[in-house]
Design a protein around this ligand. Structure first.
Ligand code: AMP
Length: 481
């Protein structure tokens, strides 16, 4: 199969050839001919499958077909375009980064078409966006909130939209954007083509698809398993405070080109950056509290290879296409098991092998179980054994115990089967509940009167705090540059 055989217009074909794409991906082969014909589409696919081109190419093809392409920037082109903010292609995406990335794709695939696209998202000054709109654009890629703002201010008119794309619909739902999406859909003409993409199909999204799609072509691209199969995964059971030292050790010992480290919170991402920078490892974070320009700067540096370590929260990293990542490190396990698959799918793309290492802290046992249930396999223990300055014998013992406890839980508590050979899979019901002591969640205790008095004396400098016994080697030796 070639792009030429998909019947796409010459200017798009030339752009694809310029990019060095030799064959269309599975989703492109299935979606491009149908979308060119004007059919609605429902695509179950995630980023990394080539889905952006799967909708961007037919949109550009159709718009070229109806409107003679004119060199971008020529006076005539400006006159031809309706300056009221009326556009013909609209793509909605859940995050700013994804929207910017999709717009980049439209620019690349449409570079010989003479069509103009722009991106609209919040968190930045709206003036450059409204200036673009006033000059006239053919395609808008937008996040829902800012688009609604600009519609309300009269900068955007959706009444002439010919093709509407709803990308990452399940993430729109997760992020609470569905009401905004519905408001936008209500402003679109009834007579239009709709292409909807979603990696998963929760009930709300399935219901929405029934409302907005007419007799769609359904495309399912092997949703989640491939990444899990092609990526070399490993796991370390570690105490929360050992995680930075282990991370530093892995970053130093693995000659990977680039690494994404996932943390659960924005605060956690900042803390990891600080700890790495303190020992001379350059890292930058992307998360919702960073300004759009700071996020974009970090992403650009990472994409260009200038920045090797990017610390990200899931929301900030969602849908971003960064290719050639050597490894993914889950500093914290994700709250939702499917997110694990999305995270590790960022390495090992396009047939390359990748590495994903996860740290499971004392309170993350349940999350690990959910992930392993989804994968239907155990994540093997990390083979790269860090030195004692990073993982103490107590850590290792804790890890062995955690593994045994998990095996026991599977073997007895839930009627499951131990997938590990040579381990105490069928351990007693007691063992099934037992986690190593330091890994058990501490119950909140009401402090005794004596301890409150002691704490007060320490605060006032009249008593010294007692040294706490620790199972762990102080990670600081490893953190020395
Ligand atoms: P996407 O799933 O749209 O985020 O695309 C993932 C990556 O695959 C992007 O870097 C695209 O540039 C690249 N890509 C898309 N289509 C093709 C193709 N037919 N051949 C090679 N690379 C492609």
């Amino acid at each position: 199969m070639t792009f030429a055989s998909l019947g796409i217009a010459a200017p798009v074909l030339r752009a694809v050839q310029d990019l060095g794409y030799s064959t269309p991906t599975a989703i492109q082969t299935q979606s491009i001919p149908a979308a060119i014909e004007g059919r609605d589409l429902l695509g179950c696919a995630q980023t990394g499958t080539g889905k952006t081109a799967a909708f961007a190419i037919p949109i550009i093809h159709r718009l070229i077909g109806k409107h003679r392409p004119v060199a971008a920037g020529s006076a005539r082109r400006g006159q031809e375009r309706d300056r009221s903010g009326s556009v013909r292609g609209l793509v909605l995406a859940p995050t700013r980064e994804l929207a910017a990335q999709i717009n980049d794709c439209f620019k690349r695939y449409g570079k010989h078409s003479g069509l103009k696209s722009t991106v609209i998202f919040g968190g930045v000054n709206q003036n450059p966006q409204t200036r673009d709109l006033q000059r006239g654009v053919d395609i808008i890629v937008a996040t829902p909130g800012r688009l609604l703002d600009l519609i309300a201010q009269g900068f955007v008119d959706l009444r002439r939209i010919e093709t509407f794309v709803l990308d990452e619909a399940d993430h729109m739902l997760d992020m609470g954007f569905l009401p905004d999406v519905r408001r936008i859909i209500a402003k679109l003409p009834q007579q239009r083509q709709t292409l909807m993409f979603s990696a998963t199909m929760p009930a709300e999204i399935a219901a929405l698809s029934k409302q907005i799609l007419i007799d769609p072509v359904r495309i399912q691209i092997d949703p989640q398993r491939p990444a899990a199969e092609r990526v070399e995964q490993s796991l370390y059971h570690v105490a929360q405070k050992t995680k930075p030292a282990l991370l530093a050790h892995l970053l130093r010992s693995r000659p990977a080109d680039s690494t994404i480290v996932f943390t659960r919170t924005k605060h956690g991402a900042n803390a990891v950056v600080r700890k790495l920078e303190a020992i001379g490892i350059r890292a930058e974070a992307i998360h919702g509290n960073k300004s759009q320009s700071a996020r974009q700067r970090a992403l650009d540096a990472f994409k260009s290879g200038e920045l090797k370590v990017l610390i990200a929260t899931d929301i900030a990293a969602r849908g971003i296409d960064i290719s050639g990542i050597g490894q993914v490190i889950n500093f914290d396990l994700p709250q939702v098991a499917e997110t694990y698959v999305h995270r590790i799918g960022r390495t090992g793309r396009a047939g390359r092998s990748g590495m994903a290492t996860s740290f499971c802290g004392p309170h993350e046992g349940e999350l690990l179980e959910a992930i392993e249930r989804l994968l239907r396999k155990r994540i093997p223990a990390g083979r790269d054994q860090p030195p004692a300055t990073v993982l103490s014998e107590a850590d290792r013992q804790a890890e062995r115990e955690a593994r045994q406890a998990e095996d026991g839980r599977r073997g007895s508590g839930r009627g499951g089967r131990s997938t590990r050979t040579g381990q105490a899979g069928g351990a007693s019901a007691n063992a099934s509940r037992k986690r190593p002591e330091h890994m058990r969640a501490k119950k909140a205790k009401t402090p005794s009167k004596a301890s409150l008095v002691e704490a007060m004396l320490i605060r006032k400098g009249r008593a010294k705090p007692k040294p706490k016994p620790s199972h762990f080697v102080d990670p600081s030796p490893c953190l020395q540059p």
